[in-house]
Design a protein. Structure first.
Length: 327
């Protein structure tokens, strides 16, 4: 079956005052219809730039290098004009932003903002648009949706605003939903509600979804596959369950070690990944993770490890991968 999304050797670098920033380098991945991909890594690893490069919504003025292909349902988005891309945005691909206030107009009521999408996508106006807007708000678990249509964003809680942002992303009935760290600013209880909501909506609508997060434990229960990013590259990817239980790249192992677990004592100190994420203007030579890695060997500083495919459908980029006995 042809995948809904196929990314081939995608690269996006930017010109900055400090030099060329290598945000995304040589990324390839695939996503089938109805499947969820978890995209994880620390802040600055290139996750958000990758998703925006897939959608082709990066500001082109500062881009110094852009190459590769993004095939969506058989069409190469890289080859499309801006007007052609507009027919894809909202209708076929939509995004839930990390901060809903960045996507909600503070001086427009919620009903009007939803109505604009419905008018553009389905030519709905008046009562028909209001009824559909109420249905969308109800779908995302907002109580008293008729009253919320008349509210402004600042009158809603953070969790409510995130639900509105999800409703807006779903209004165009997209085939692919990109959720860019949608729970970062929310408390733990609301995070669980939003993640459960996204899982339910994805299954009900049979959408493909890319869930972006810095917390690998967050996406482990949602994703069919996980791709781990570091310094603009994918360093490990594969089916979610085996990757979480037996990571092969030391960075993926370190991310898991830094996540809290329910079976740990409440006083247990979380593991910390030593050092800091690399400066993307001056990425370390060889394997970019080698200055922080406990398994560093003689090949690591001088040679970039390729992303090697294994027979079990997994792949990793490491000269000295983690060994798991009996698995």
């Amino acid at each position: 079956m042809t995948p809904l999304l196929r990314v081939e050797d995608l690269t996006t670098w930017f010109d900055t005052d400090q030099g060329e920033l290598r945000a995304v380098t040589g990324v390839s991945l695939e996503l089938d219809r109805g499947q969820t991909l978890g995209l994880v890594g620390e802040s600055g690893s290139g996750k958000s730039v990758l998703t925006r490069s897939i959608m082709r919504i990066q500001p082109v003025a500062r881009i110094s290098r852009s190459s590769g292909h993004v095939w969506f349902d058989g069409q190469d988005l890289v080859a499309m004009s801006h007007s052609e891309l507009r027919s894809v945005w909202r209708r076929r691909i939509s995004i839930v932003p990390q901060n809903p206030l960045s996507s909600l107009n503070p001086v427009m009521r919620i009903g009007r903002q939803l109505g604009e999408i419905l008018r553009y996508r389905f030519k709905l106006t008046g009562k028909a648009a209001d009824e559909r807007s109420v249905s969308l708000l109800r779908d995302v678990g907002i109580p008293e949706p008729e009253r919320r249509l008349r509210a402004y964003p600042h009158e809603l809680s953070g969790g409510m605003r995130q639900r509105v942002a999800i409703a807006m992303a779903l209004a165009g009935e997209p085939d692919l939903l990109i959720a860019d760290e949608p729970t970062t600013a929310l408390d733990v209880t609301v995070q669980a509600q939003i993640l459960s909501l996204l899982r339910r909506l994805q299954q009900e609508r049979e959408m493909a979804m890319i869930m972006v997060s810095h917390d690998i434990a967050v996406v482990a229960g949602l994703a069919d596959e996980i791709a781990v990013m570091y310094a603009g590259r994918i360093v490990e990817k594969g089916p979610a369950r085996p990757l979480v239980h037996t990571p092969r790249m030391p960075y993926a192992e370190a991310l898991l070690g830094a996540s809290p677990r329910l079976d740990q004592d409440r006083d247990t100190r979380l593991a910390v990944i030593p050092g800091r994420p690399p400066n993307m203007v001056s990425v370390p030579s060889g394997c970019a993770f080698h200055p922080r890695c406990h398994r560093v060997g003689e090949r690591c500083p001088g040679e970039v490890p390729p992303l090697v495919d294994a027979l079990d459908g997994r792949s990793h980029a490491c000269w000295y991968p983690v060994e798991h006995h009996g698995g």
